[in-house]
Design a protein around this ligand. Structure first.
Ligand code: ATP
Ligand code: MG
Length: 406
């Protein structure tokens, strides 16, 4: 008997001839996620990936909390791997179910239950899958016989096939896998299968969520942050580094480019009319990000913009922003309400960091009445008052790059 982790993956099954590429990448990302927790063997067979520790003190809890953040994984379970022999299966199943019942009984919900129903029995059912046709019993028969055996041999159990407290799973393959829990993960596609995107990462709530959503679709993420020191503090920069660190738990290592933006920002403020300050600043950011993207092999820009959220995010303003660049701009939050974004931010653990009260260049240099329907020709005319190209080049040249995550 061996304790191992079973990983299920879904959508990549659909990818036809590219399937091995997706599976290889998923295996690679899994190995990277659990590296440092102990030696493991990672193998795959019949749309399952198996992670087998090769040392006794393997940290399963940490492994699971890292693996649920690997995109492409639909769910995972900590399972016992036993010989596909029914007597052996029965013996190990009884042991496992006994432990599980004790765990449930000790949980707060379990304590409630024992007060509610006299006897405090835990209900269960068995679900079996037979992938090994040489095994003598068919699935329904496995469930029936094993269920009866467990009922007889584990105290405190009763059967409830409609609404059980837990399901005991049995998968008979070359070996047999038994388990009581299925831990859901985020699904999506393995990071590294959809090219690289350059995320414009501010310290706000939206942009980390935008980066997370594109990584979930398989994009490798690099990030660019515009820093307006001393108008924004070192702490604002630290906050962005913290956000990148949280994202790196999902995306793997992230290269973060910190762009000195003060000179550009002051020039814009000095030479452009108030109504156009924000939109020209947005165009400048996009232009710089596009250059950094080109230098680093990114094929798209990613922002946290959402239609109508602020004046610079009306459809007209977004069109003027887009006109500054030729790379595609991915805006995964475009149709989302703020509360929907917040919900994701909480789920992925960026929210608490995002709401720390450090100023952002957009709030420092905010114009009172930004134009909600800016026009490209006007924006370009104001830009011609600045040395736009040179300011872009200087900002790119003075950019500092750091690598976040292990
Ligand atoms: P967020 O919550 O991510 O800050 P926001 O709603 O505050 O977004 P804006 O400040 O208008 O929106 O910025 C829109 C998008 O532009 C952000 O989602 C982000 O992608 C990018 N952005 C804004 N400020 C910066 C910055 N200082 N560095 C990098 N990207 C930025
Ligand atoms: Mg912002």
């Amino acid at each position: 008997m061996k304790k191992i982790i079973l990983v299920r993956y879904g959508e990549i099954m659909l990818k036809g001839l590219n399937r091995p590429m997706f599976e290889d990448r998923l295996m690679h990302n899994i190995k990277r996620a659990v590296s440092g927790l102990g030696k493991v063997k990672v193998s795959r067979s019949q749309a399952r990936i198996y992670i087998e520790p090769e040392q006794d003190d393997f940290d399963f809890e940490s492994a699971v909390s890292r693996l649920v953040k690997v995109f492409g994984i639909v769910s995972l379970s900590i399972v016992r791997k036993v010989e596909s022999d029914f007597e052996t299966i029965k013996k190990h199943s009884a042991e496992m179910v006994r432990d599980h019942v004790a765990k449930l009984a000790a949980s707060p919900a379990g304590k409630d239950r024992s007060i509610q129903n006299a006897g405090g029995k835990v209900s269960f059912k068995v679900e079996s899958k037979r992938g090994n046709k040489r095994f003598p019993l068919e699935s329904p028969e496995i469930s029936r016989q094993l269920g009866g055996y467990l009922l007889k041999n584990v105290p405190g159990l009763k059967v409830d096939v409609n609404d059980p407290d837990f399901i005991f799973y049995v998968e008979v393959r070359e070996h047999t896998y038994i388990y009581c829990d299925i831990i859901p993960a985020f699904s999506g596609l393995p990071v590294g299968t959809s090219g690289k995107g350059m995320l414009l990462l501010s310290g706000g709530i939206d942009s980390p969520v935008a980066g997370w959503m594109m990584a979930k679709r398989g994009m490798e993420i690099e990030a660019v942050h515009f820093h307006t020191y001393p108008y924004t503090s070192e702490r604002a920069k630290d906050k962005v580094i913290s956000l990148a660190k949280i994202l790196s738990q999902y995306c793997g290592r992230i290269r973060l480019h910190i762009v000195p933006f003060t000179e550009f920002q002051l020039e814009i403020n000095d030479k452009c009319p108030p109504g156009y300050l924000t939109i020209i600043m947005r165009r400048a950011m996009m232009r710089i990000a596009e250059k950094i993207a080109a230098e680093n092999g990114a094929i798209a820009l990613i922002t946290g913009e959402s239609l109508g959220q602020v004046a610079s995010q009306t459809a007209e303003a977004l069109a003027v922003t887009n006109e500054a660049v030729s790379l595609p701009v991915f805006r995964p939050l475009i149709g989302m309400d703020k509360n929907e974004v917040v919900e994701i931010a909480r789920k992925i653990d960026t929210y608490e960091t995002s709401i720390l009260p450090y100023e952002d260049c957009c709030t420092v240099f905010v114009a009172k009445h930004p134009k909600t329907k800016p026009r490209v020709e006007e924006a370009k005319e104001y830009e011609s008052r600045l040395d736009f190209g040179q300011l872009v080049d200087r900002a790119v040249r003075d950019t500092e790059t750091m690598v976040i995550g292990d």
